[in-house]
Design a protein around this ligand. Structure first.
Ligand code: GLU
Length: 544
């Protein structure tokens, strides 16, 4: 077979050579240890946390090695492409303050010398290499699809696929030049398939930076390199782009491990050096049946990156939680360096977990509480407002119009030695400080306490003088309680509870419910300071 002639017949318009392409993509001049890695999302939907996780590993490896992090849009699946998905990718990266060194802007400008960074704009490049493989006798045209009815194809496959579990040779690999010519004359569309060199018996070894040495069955399938519309499915595009763009480490999800032998055969067929892979474990959950399963957007709201924005979980908390998953050493580092930016945390590929981490929202919430507790009231105000502008417009208007009051209550039990650690997301603040927006109901007072409550509140409201300190506030509660027959000494109360109406703690609880509607709250004295004298007195004058 004259493969050169075949290649010319298939790709008459492609006259560029692989060498000419390589001239446009010179080898990157890197310093020792510098990593070039990338984030290669497909704009097919909302971003999945697993996808973000993989991106974050790539990003960190490049950041720590002072390398290059680029964004490549893998938009080769037009049917699955979701409108605005590209925009969303940028929005998410921006929100997390993750910057790419090379990428294509939304209006189509390439930043960097290795573009275009969008696969749909690289079709001619893929064709150059497809042509080369055909002319080397390593790939062939496949006319099956669209040339026959669907049933015919199936029959054809049944008879002609020599698929005996060991190899999958496509029937079209044996077409003669004349047969190809006649198809082309009829205007039949063709795909390009790899003509695998393997017979199904071979095994290969490759090294993965996380998994170590892997032995697997070599590829023995004539898989598709270019679909009949000229668009490459993942394997061909990956091998060519990561070679031309000089990626030194391909970080990708473990789900690609099984198809790595295909990619390795392709690298070799093209005469390229296989890339270095780093297959990251997939973030998991414990399913209903107690088994570990991949986190999924279908069952786990937190699998969708929108969840974190909608809930208003600080991006820093998400990033730090993921760092903690990537490398458990992060937690100790954070404890020893409480004030240092997370970007100072260094790790290498060897430190990346090899075991699928179980995603724990409670733990993420705890990390978030810690981060929020360190914000000043003004910082929290800004963060809450930013969240509300996007997710709760009326609240945003309120926050803006009542800035000083809002900062006042956000400052309760904050900015001190031991700030409270209750708040872990912006979406909970309104409910958390519900009593700042409206007078509370008194449902928390049990029916059997009703009379005591009414009696105590009447006496306390009458005696009330706006306090100047927490001590002063407490002293008055104690005084009124004692005058009504409450125990001021807890020991005495415990010895003979029947002799008292209750203890001072009970009296404090009454006041707390009157002011906040709750039995637990931040420091009451701080709350009344924010509410002010008039409002406090109004709340004390209550009756159940
Ligand atoms: N577009 C692929 C994905 O989103 C990229 C995988 C890779 O990083 O190589 O899964």
């Amino acid at each position: 077979m004259d493969y050169k002639k075949l290649a010319e017949m298939l790709f008459p318009d492609i006259q560029t050579t692989p060498e000419e392409i390589f001239e446009k993509y010179p080898k990157r001049q890197l310093k020792e240890g510098q990593v070039v890695s990338r984030y290669a999302p497909s704009p097919t939907g909302n971003m999945h946390i697993g996808n973000f996780f993989q991106m974050f590993i790539s990003y960190n490896l490049t950041r720590i090695s002072d390398g290059i992090f680029f964004l490549r849009l893998e938009d080769t699946d037009a049917k699955r492409e979701v409108k605005d998905a590209k925009k969303v990718i940028f929005e998410i990266l921006n929100k997390f303050n993750i910057t790419c060194d090379e990428y294509q802007t939304l209006d189509g400008k390439d930043i960097g010398d290795y573009g275009p960074y969008v696969q749909s704009q690289r079709k001619d490049i893929y064709k150059v290499f497809a042509k080369k493989l055909v002319s080397d006798g390593k790939a062939f045209p496949c006319f099956c699809k669209k040339t026959e009815g669907k049933e015919d194809i199936l029959k054809l496959r049944e008879n002609k696929w020599q698929a005996d579990d060991e190899k999958e040779y496509d029937p079209c690999r044996n077409l003669s030049l004349e047969e190809v010519k006649s198809h082309l004359e009829k205007g039949d569309k063709f795909a390009i398939r790899l003509k695998t060199k393997n017979s199904g018996k071979e095994r290969i070894k490759f090294y993965d930076l996380i998994k170590g040495e892997i032995e697997a069955k070599a590829n023995a399938k004539d898989f598709i390199l270019l679909k009949n519309d000229g668009v490459p499915p993942y394997p061909f595009a990956h091998v060519i782009d990561d070679t031309l763009m000089g990626t030194t480490i391909v970080v990708r999800g473990e789900e690609y491990l099984g198809s790595t032998p295909m990619h390795i055969e392709l690298f070799e067929a093209l005469g390229f050096k296989p890339t270095t892979y780093c297959h990251n474990p997939l973030i998991s959950k414990i399913g209903e049946n107690g088994n570990k399963r991949k986190i999924s957007k279908r069952y786990d709201p937190e699998a969708d990156m929108r969840f974190y924005f909608e809930k208003g979980i600080p991006t820093q908390a998400v990033l730090e939680y993921l760092l903690n998953i990537i490398n458990s050493g992060f937690e100790t580092w954070r404890a020893n360096n409480p004030e240092v930016d997370w970007r100072e945390f260094k790790f290498g590929v060897d430190d990346i977990t090899a075991v699928a981490p179980i995603f724990d929202l409670v733990k993420l919430g705890d990390m978030s509480k810690n981060i929020i507790s360190k914000m000043t009231a003004s910082e929290l105000y800004e963060a809450w407002l930013e969240w509300a502008v996007e997710f709760d417009k009326p609240l945003a208007d309120y926050i803006k119009a009542n800035k000083n009051f809002v900062i006042g209550f956000l400052n309760i039990d904050r900015e001190g030695q031991k700030p409270r650690k209750d708040i872990f997301m912006m979406s909970m603040i309104k409910e958390y400080f519900e009593y700042m927006f409206a007078r509370p109901n008194l449902d928390a007072i049990a029916d059997e306490d009703k009379d005591n409550f009414n009696e105590f509140m009447a006496a306390y409201a009458k005696a009330f003088v706006f306090p100047n300190s927490n001590e002063e506030w407490f002293a008055l509660v104690k005084e009124v309680a004692a005058s009504l027959g409450y125990a001021t000494d807890n020991k005495a109360y415990k010895q003979n509870p029947a002799a008292y109406k209750g203890n001072v703690a009970k009296a404090c609880e009454f006041v707390r419910v009157a002011i906040t509607g709750r039995k637990n709250s931040p420091t009451l004295y701080e709350i009344i300071k924010v509410l002010g004298e008039e409002e406090t007195i109004a709340r004390l004058n209550c009756k159940k």
